[in-house]
Ligand binder design. Structure first.
Ligand SMILES: C[S@@+](CC[C@H](N)C(=O)[O-])C[C@H]1O[C@@H](n2cnc3c(N)ncnc32)[C@H](O)[C@@H]1O
Length: 211
């Protein structure tokens, strides 16, 4: 597989183009399952155009906030402008990598992410970072793609396939092993939907765990 930098270049190039379009980039719905309470701090990993972050910020209301983080500068700019249009002041947007979160330990009540972590080469690192920034008792609800079978090497080695949300998908077992290795004890499946992409079988999972 190519270096992390060349993978990120491919991802940024895809999402720069899609930042100003209206196409859906989600693979599940996470916010209903998060049950955000007023005053909570929420982190949205790979926030894209900021739709979920803005929604979460509204639910957190006064005294709470939602932070959206994304690798793609163009997404961050669109998300900021969408929050400004809606006059949502407690939605904050930060450029960064889900593998290295620029936040202190035990800062957030909950973390959400929708169709993003499949893009990451080191999924254990991502879940370790989620574990680190969650307060004790904090929760995550994540929607993501997993593959039914291990993907062929040529797909795993193709950065374009990773950028297109399928080359980086691992099996459900590998995905859950990453979460458990990161420190979470149980993972609940809240929702699942099967689909085909480029001739391969995938499942979109919405999952939850508590620190
Ligand atoms: C499929 S889109 C999902 C956007 C949003 N969550 C939604 O549901 O509309 C994936 C987003 O994750 C971002 N992303 C991909 N890899 C990332 C990484 N390593 N760190 C931070 N953001 C990343 C992309 O820039 C893109 O905006």
């Amino acid at each position: 597989m190519n270096s992390i930098d060349s993978l990120h270049e491919k991802i940024i190039s895809r999402y720069e183009n899609e930042s100003s379009q209206n196409c859906s980039l989600s693979c599940g719905s996470t916010l209903d399952e998060l049950n955000i309470k007023q005053g909570e701090y929420i982190l949205d990993l790979g926030c894209g155009r900021g739709t979920d972050t803005i929604h979460a910020a509204k639910s957190a209301g006064k005294g709470g906030a939602a932070v959206g983080l994304d690798l793609t500068e163009a997404m961050i700019e669109i998300a900021k402008s969408n929050a400004a249009k809606e006059k949502v002041n407690n939605a904050i947007f930060v450029k960064g990598e889900i593998e290295n979160l620029p936040f202190p330990d035990e800062y957030f009540n909950c973390v959400t992410s929708n169709c993003v972590i499949n893009h990451a080469k080191d999924k254990v690192k991502v879940y370790q970072e989620i574990f680190r920034v969650l307060k004790p008792g904090g929760r995550f609800v994540v929607a993501d793609a997993v593959s039914k079978e291990s993907l062929p090497t040529e797909v795993k080695n193709d950065p374009e396939a990773w950028a297109q949300c399928f080359g980086g998908a691992v099996t459900e077992k590998e995905y859950f092993d990453s979460i458990i290795l990161a420190g979470f004890q149980y993972v609940d499946i809240l929702n699942s939907r099967e689909y085909k992409k480029n001739g391969y079988d995938f499942t979109s999972l919405t999952i939850k765990a508590v620190k």
